[in-house]
Design a protein around this ligand. Structure first.
Ligand code: GUN
Length: 297
C-alpha cells in the first residue's frame, strides 16, 4: 500500500471536541444551550440506529437532543404540524428529518417546511440556492465533512481536478458545488457517464458517492490522487457474515492513490460531527453571535 490513510474517525473526534468547546462557551457566556431535534417516521432499522447515535453524540457535546419517533402511517398534516411546532420552538436550533421517509409522504414538501435557518441538513431549497450562488448557507453534512478533510489534507484545493461520482441531492450535487467554491475544476459524473474510467483517471481528487460496492477499481485512479469514499455498502463476507465496503475497491486503490479514506472509519463519522457543527452554527446565527471558525465553509 502506498496511500496514506485519511482517518475520518480521528477527524470527527477532533471536530466534536471543537463543537463541545463552543457549546460550553455559549452556555457559560450567554446561558444558551444549542438544541437539535431529529424526526424519524417509520421502522427502518438502519434509520433507528443512526438516530440513536445522533442523539447520543448530541448530548455528549453538551447540546439538547429532542427525538420524535412517529409511526409509519403518520399522515402529512401531522408531520407538518410537528415541523411547524419545532420551527417555533426557541430551544430548537436545528431540525433534521431522517430520510428516507415512507412512500406516502412527500419528502420535498416536508423538507421545505423546515425553517431554512434550522435546516441543519442543508436540504431546503433556500439553502441549496444559497450554496449554489456562493452565499452563506447551511451545508449538507456529508459533503461538508469531505471538504473539511480535503482542506486539512491539502490546504488549498485551487486548480485541482476533482471528479465526483454520483449526482444525488444529499452528496453528489452539493459536493460538486463545494469543490467549485474552493476553485477546483469539477466534473460531476454518474451512472450514465461515458468512459467513466478515463474521466476518473484525470482526477487529482475523486469523491465516490454512487452506492455501488467497490465499483471504482485501483486502475481508474491517477497515481497520487486523493480518494474520498462516501459509500457504505454491506456485502457478503462468507460463512453467513457480512462486512462494510465502500464504493471504491480499497485494496487496489490504496496501492495507487496518494491518500484514501477507509470504510468504515472515513467519511461516515464526519457526517454526524458536521451535523453537530451545523447545529452550533445555526444557534450562533439565530442569536446574532459570531460564528466559530472552522465548523463550516
Ligand atoms: N439519510 C441518510 N443520510 C441522511 C442525511 O444526511 N440526512 C438525513 N436527514 N437523512 C439521511
Amino acid at each position: 500500500m502506498t496511500a496514506s490513510i485519511i482517518d475520518g474517525k480521528a477527524f470527527a473526534a477532533a471536530l466534536r471536541g471543537q463543537v463541545a468547546g463552543h457549546v460550553a462557551a455559549l452556555t457559560a457566556a450567554h446561558g444558551i444551550v444549542p438544541g437539535l431535534a431529529v424526526v424519524l417516521v417509520g421502522d427502518d432499522p438502519a434509520s433507528h440506529v443512526y438516530v440513536r447515535s445522533k442523539g447520543k453524540m448530541t448530548v455528549e457535546v453538551g447540546m439538547r437532543s429532542f427525538e420524535h419517533r412517529l409511526p409509519v402511517d403518520t399522515d402529512e398534516a401531522t408531520l407538518l404540524a410537528l415541523i411547524h411546532q419545532l420551527n417555533n420552538d426557541a430551544q430548537v436550533h436545528g431540525i433534521l428529518v431522517q430520510l428516507p421517509l415512507p412512500d406516502h409522504l412527500n419528502a420535498d414538501l416536508v423538507i421545505n417546511a423546515i425553517d431554512p435557518a434550522k435546516d441543519v441538513d442543508g436540504f431546503h431549497i433556500s439553502n441549496v440556492g444559497l450554496l449554489a450562488t456562493g452565499q452563506k448557507a447551511m451545508v449538507p453534512c456529508t459533503p461538508l465533512g469531505c471538504l473539511l478533510m480535503l482542506r486539512a489534507h491539502h490546504g488549498s484545493l485551487a486548480g485541482m481536478e476533482a471528479v465526483v461520482i454520483g449526482r444525488s441531492n444529499i452528496v453528489g450535487k452539493p459536493m460538486a458545488q463545494l469543490l467549485l467554491g474552493d476553485s477546483c475544476t469539477v466534473t460531476l459524473a454518474h451512472s450514465r457517464t461515458r468512459n467513466l474510467a478515463e474521466v476518473v483517471r484525470r482526477a487529482d481528487i475523486v469523491v465516490a458517492a454512487v452506492g455501488r460496492a467497490q465499483m471504482v477499481p485501483g486502475d481508474w485512479i491517477k497515481p497520487g490522487a486523493t480518494v474520498i469514499d462516501v459509500g457504505i455498502n454491506r456485502v457478503d463476507a462468507g460463512e453467513g457474515k457480512t462486512r462494510l465496503v465502500g464504493d471504491v475497491d480499497f485494496d487496489s486503490a490504496s496501492g495507487v492513490a496518494g491518500a484514501i479514506t477507509p470504510v468504515p472509519g472515513g467519511v461516515g463519522p464526519m457526517t454526524i460531527a458536521c451535523l453537530l457543527a451545523n447545529t452550533v452554527t445555526a444557534c450562533c446565527r439565530a442569536n446574532a453571535l459570531p460564528e466559530p471558525e472552522g465548523l463550516t465553509v
